[in-house]
Design a protein around this ligand. Structure first.
Ligand code: FNR
Length: 439
C-alpha cells in the first residue's frame, strides 16, 4: 500500500485526535494563530513581534500580494509519491521551509531560541540563527544536535566583532551566512515607540554580543573609561545630580541584570550590564556599508554567503556579480521601510535578473508567508525556498517547542497537499504556469 504522504498523515492524526476530543495545540489558520498568540503574549512582546514600520502598509501589502495570484490545478497527474525536498548548498532539505531569523524570542517564550531549535529540529527545518537571538549561538547549535542551521549576521561597525561572530558561526557548524542588509537603522515602529519599548535597551536580544570575547573586551574598556571619568575631580559624584529611580527604571535594571551573563544578584550592582547595552547600541550596525565591503566578508569565511533584503533586480545582479552564493528576497516583514514594495511583487524581477545573469544561486523568499498556498505561490514565482517568520514566533508563544513544531508541520502538510491537489509530484513541477493573475 502506498504511504499516505506527509499531508494526509498529518491530517489523519489531527482528525484522529479530534475523535478523542483533542484539538490541535495551535490554530492551523494564520489569523487565528496570531489572535491566540496576542492573548498570551505581553503587550510589549506582541507589539514587538507583530509591529511593522510606519503605517504598516508594507506588512499589509506583503500579505495582499499573495491574493493577486491564483493557482490553476492540473488533473490526471499521478501524485501518489510526492517530494517536497530541495537541495541548498549541498544539503538535501526535506521541505523548502527555513526558519527565518527572528531576534528577541525571549519576548515570546522563556526558552526562546532553544525551544525554537527543538521545534525546528523535530520538523527537519533549517534554523537561521539571529544575531539578535536571546541565547548564544553555540547553545542553540548544541540544542539542534546536528540538525542544520545557518547564521544571520548584522554587520557591526566593529570589524573585529564581525570577524569573531563569523568565526563562531563557522565553529558551531552553521552552513551558510545570511547577511541582512536592510537594517542599517531600526525602522520607525509606532507600536514599540508608543510603548517606549526597545528590547535591546533592556538587555534583551543581545546574547550573541555578551557571549562574544571581542564584545566583552569592548565592554571592559568602556567600564574602565567610565570609572576613570567618574573619578576625575570635575566629575565627582557630588557635582552630578542623581536621577530619582522610578519603577520603570528599576524594571529596566532588573531586565539588564537578568539578561547579562552571570548571576542576576551580582549583575544588579555591576557596571557591565549597562555598559553592554550602551556598547551594543553603539556597534550594532554599519550604515556606511557598501558593495565594496563584500570582498572583506568573503575573506573572512568559506561559508556560502546569502544577501538578505534584496528587492531590486539591479541589486540582485550586483550580488551575483560580487560572487554571492544566494539571494534572499525580503522586506523584513515590513518592519523597516514603510510603503515598500511587497516582497512577493519584487520576487519575479529578482528571479529574472539572477537567472538571466546565468546564475543558479538559490533565491530565498520571506515576508508574508502564512499558509501552504503562499509557499506554493512563492516557489512557483521562482523562489528556491521560503523563510517562515512571525508564524513560528506565535507557535512558540503559544506552546513552546511543540508549538513551533506544529506550525512548521502544518505548513509542510498544507504544501504537500497543495502539490498533490494541483498535479505537482515534486517542486520541479511547481512552476509559474500553475499560476495566473487574479482577475
Ligand atoms: C525579524 N526579522 C529579522 N531578520 C533578520 O535578518 N534578523 C533578525 O534578527 C530579525 N528579527 C526579527 C524579529 C521579529 C520580531 C520579526 C517579526 C522579524 C525579519 C525576519 O527574518 C523575516 O524577514 C520576517 O519575519 C518575514 O516577514 P513575516 O512573514 O514574518 O511577516
Amino acid at each position: 500500500m502506498p504511504s499516505l504522504g506527509f499531508g494526509r498523515t498529518v491530517q489523519s492524526a489531527i482528525y484522529g485526535a479530534g475523535a478523542f476530543g483533542h484539538r490541535p495545540l495551535v490554530p492551523t489558520d494564520s489569523t487565528a494563530l496570531e489572535a491566540a498568540a496576542r492573548r498570551t503574549m505581553s503587550r510589549n512582546g506582541f507589539g514587538y513581534v507583530a509591529g511593522s514600520a510606519g503605517s504598516e502598509a508594507t506588512a499589509r501589502a506583503n500579505v495582499a500580494a499573495f491574493d493577486r495570484w491564483q493557482v490553476v490545478p492540473r488533473m490526471l497527474v499521478d501524485t501518489t509519491a510526492r517530494d517536497t525536498g530541495v537541495e541548498l548548498f549541498g544539503r538535501r532539505h526535506e521541505s523548502p521551509l527555513l526558519v527565518a531569523p527572528v531576534g528577541v524570542l525571549s519576548m515570546a517564550h522563556d526558552e526562546a531560541d532553544l525551544a525554537l531549535a527543538r521545534g525546528a529540529r523535530q520538523q527537519h527545518v533549517t534554523q537561521i540563527i539571529s544575531t539578535q537571538a536571546s541565547v548564544p549561538m553555540e547553545e542553540i547549535a548544541s540544542t539542534l544536535r546536528g540538525s542544520s542551521h545557518w547564521y544571520q549576521l548584522y554587520w557591526s561597525s566593529d570589524d573585529d566583532l564581525v570577524a569573531s561572530l563569523v568565526a563562531r558561526a563557522e565553529a558551531c557548524g552553521s552552513e551558510a551566512l545570511v547577511v541582512t542588509l536592510d537594517t542599517a537603522y531600526l525602522g520607525w515602529r509606532p507600536r514599540d515607540l508608543d510603548l517606549g519599548h526597545l528590547p535591546f535597551a533592556r538587555g534583551e536580544g543581545i546574547a550573541q554580543y555578551t557571549s562574544d570575547p571581542v564584545f566583552q573586551r569592548r565592554v571592559a574598556e568602556r567600564v574602565a573609561r567610565q570609572s576613570a571619568e567618574r573619578s576625575s575631580p570635575s566629575n565627582s559624584a557630588e557635582t552630578q545630580p542623581r536621577p530619582r529611580p522610578t519603577a520603570a527604571a528599576i524594571g529596566t535594571l532588573l531586565s539588564m541584570s537578568r539578561n547579562h551573563p552571570g548571576r542576576t544578584r551580582d549583575n544588579l550592582t555591576a557596571k557591565e550590564p549597562r555598559a553592554a547595552v550602551e556598547t551594543f547600541l553603539e556597534v550594532f550596525s554599519r550604515p556606511s556599508l557598501t558593495w565594496d565591503d563584500l570582498p572583506r566578508l568573503r575573506e573572512l569565511t568559506s561559508l556560502p554567503i546569502v544577501l538578505k533584503g534584496i528587492l531590486h533586480p539591479d541589486d540582485a545582479r550586483r550580488a551575483v556579480d560580487a560572487g554571492m552564493d544566494g539571494i534572499y528576497v525580503s522586506n523584513h516583514g515590513g518592519r523597516q521601510v514603510d510603503r515598500s514594495v511587497a516582497a512577493l511583487d519584487a520576487l519575479p524581477d529578482v528571479v529574472a535578473a539572477v537567472r538571466d545573469a546565468g546564475s543558479s544561486a538559490p533565491i530565498i523568499f520571506d515576508s508574508g508567508i502564512r499558509c501552504g498556498a503562499d509557499v506554493f505561490t512563492a516557489l512557483a514565482l521562482g523562489a528556491t525556498a521560503v523563510g517562515i517568520g512571525r508564524p513560528h514566533v506565535y507557535g512558540l508563544a503559544l506552546a513552546g517547542s511543540d508549538g513551533v513544531a506544529e506550525v512548521l508541520r502544518n505548513l509542510r502538510a498544507e504544501l504537500d497537499l497543495q502539490m498533490g491537489l494541483t498535479g505537482c509530484a515534486s517542486l520541479a513541477d511547481v512552476t509559474v504556469d500553475r499560476l495566473r493573475r487574479a482577475p
